[in-house]
Design a protein around this ligand. Structure first.
Ligand code: FAD
Length: 332
């Protein structure tokens, strides 16, 4: 029977850097590895990724595997899967972590099936069972109304982890990792799909997930024009605009600004929720905000229960007054 050891993070590279989600996974893997007294490991698959091993080390990895090949330049399911399946067979990691990203969601279930292992998707917390060394995987269930902890008696155990659920370590350039270059043998014949085009998401201003201030609008905003007022406030505060699902579904704002269970997770210093009821599926994406401000005409709206400050009233009156005050403060 294989001797399982270590926590392997399947890394992603965005614009020539280890992605922020991978950095978060490495922060988590460091904690898990320390409590197991086993190594934290990272695998980077791509083209010209060898020089990124030091970033992995600085972010907490003890060992970095690199699979560097021109054929791996763009993400390709079958090619990436064959590299990972071979690495896992050769190294027997105890846990294998992916981001809950487009790539992670595609690769993790396929790898789990290929190696006959269990996978828990969309985790928000991970821990170690001290008795069994099983991975304790917490994820929201019942539409975000409850949390469940999953584990399994078999190894390896796979999990995908939500963006912003874990904290990255402060990068430490003096940390060193053992770097292992994998011999890549990708047979182009196994690549059943082909990437035709990559379209970069148009994003003006600061990214929603990274914004320190988020001004979020709900169904009560009523129109795309209404959202323009939220955009003005977000611009003034150097923040970003988010929205609830009904506002996105109505086409007032693009789907990529949806905050919640099936949207983005935001953890800003300040979240201003305007005309939002505060349904649990929405709160799943913003309850980690440091300060929540709610503006709603219904004093019973759930968002008030989560908010530190609240304005009961029509946003059409409250928001312009708020914007004017912010303008005044910024000018003075
Ligand atoms: P509503 O619940 O209709 O609330 C509108 C609010 O605006 C009300 O509180 C009202 O009092 C207030 N209002 C109206 N007019 C004014 C005014 N003039 N001034 C001030 N206040 C006013 N939702 C998400 O947001 N994100 C998700 O990721 C998400 N995922 C989901 C996943 C599943 C599986 C399911 C079942 C649902 C999901 N939802 C999600 C939907 C979620 O359940 C709620 O329906 C949604 O969050 C409600 O959005 P809302 O607050 O904009 O609308």
């Amino acid at each position: 029977m294989a001797e399982y050891s270590g926590v392997l993070v399947c890394g992603e590279v965005v614009e020539g850097k280890v992605s922020s989600l991978t950095a978060e996974l490495l922060g988590c893997s460091r904690k898990l590895a320390d409590s197991l007294h086993e190594p934290a490991m990272l695998v980077l698959v791509g083209s010209e990724v060898s020089n990124l091993a030091s970033q992995g080390a600085a972010l907490g990895a003890d060992k970095v595997f690199v699979a560097d090949d021109a054929l791996l330049k763009e993400y390709q399911t079958d090619a990436y899967l064959s590299v990972l399946a071979k690495l896992v067979a050769d190294t027997s990691p105890r846990y294998i972590l992916f981001g809950q990203s487009a790539i992670g969601r595609d690769l993790a279930p396929r790898l789990a099936f290929r190696i006959g292992a269990v996978l828990t998707t969309d985790c928000i917390e991970l821990g170690v069972d001290p008795q069994t060394k099983g991975l304790l995987q917490t994820k929201p269930v019942y539409g975000g109304n409850a949390r469940a902890i999953f584990t399994s008696p078999s190894f390896p155990q796979l999990a995908t982890v939500r963006q912003k659920a874990m904290s990255p370590l402060q990068p430490d350039a003096s940390r060193k990792a053992e770097v292992v270059t994998l011999a890549v043998k990708v047979d182009p014949a196994v690549m059943k799909s082909k990437l035709l085009q990559t379209v970069k998401e148009e994003a003006a201003g600061i990214k929603l997930e990274d914004a320190p201030i988020v001004v979020c609008g709900g169904r009560g905003i009523g129109s795309a024009d209404g959202f323009k007022q939220l955009e003005e406030l977000a611009r003034m505060l150097k923040g970003a605009v988010g929205a609830t699902r009904p506002a996105c579904d109505s086409g007032w704002v693009p789907a990529h600004v949806q905050v919640g269970l099936t949207g983005k997770i935001v953890t800003p210093d300040l979240y201003i929720g305007v005309a939002i009821s505060g349904a649990s599926q929405h709160m799943a994406g913003c309850s980690g905000s440091k300060v929540i401000v709610a503006i709603n005409k219904d004093p019973e709206a759930n968002l008030f229960k989560e908010a530190r400050y609240g304005v009961v009233g029509d946003w059409k009156q409250a928001l312009p007054a708020f914007v004017n005050k912010v303008k005044e403060l910024l000018a003075g």
